[in-house]
Design a protein. Structure first.
Length: 127
């Protein structure tokens, strides 16, 4: 069993505009990917936050997790570490669909100096 240090800061009312199934799918897939990547590094950790940009209809969801190696191929595609290539990509596709449905934007990048993977999602609240 691996102990993963974690920090969560989910501000009140930041996800109330999301359907129950969307918020569950979004956070479950984000956390599942972060846990999987963090298990391969010494002193693993995960930080997740959801905040509203002041005076705007946008929320920002950020997840930063430890990650031993760059998960991007040279052409910029995410490469799965799962042994069965057929069993990967569904979580990311689900996240991308939710981001699209809420007129959002998602950026992902790897920081090789800190060995961290960053996912930043901006969603527009529906009135």
């Amino acid at each position: 069993m691996i102990c993963i240090l974690h920090f969560a800061d989910i501000r009140s009312n930041t996800t109330t505009f999301l359907s129950d199934s969307d918020v569950t799918s979004l956070f479950c897939n984000l956390l599942d990917n972060a846990v999987e990547a963090s298990q391969r590094i010494k002193d693993p950790y995960i930080e997740i936050s959801a905040t509203q940009r002041e005076h705007t209809p946008f929320i920002i969801i950020t997840i930063i997790n430890s990650c031993a190696c760059n998960p991007f191929s040279p052409n910029g595609e995410l490469v799965s570490s799962k042994p069965d290539p057929q069993a990967h990509g569904f979580g990311i596709k689900s996240i991308e669909k939710i981001v699209h449905n809420y007129n959002g934007n998602m950026q992902m990048y790897y920081d090789g100096e800190t060995f961290t993977f960053h996912t930043i999602i901006m969603l527009k609240m529906k009135p």
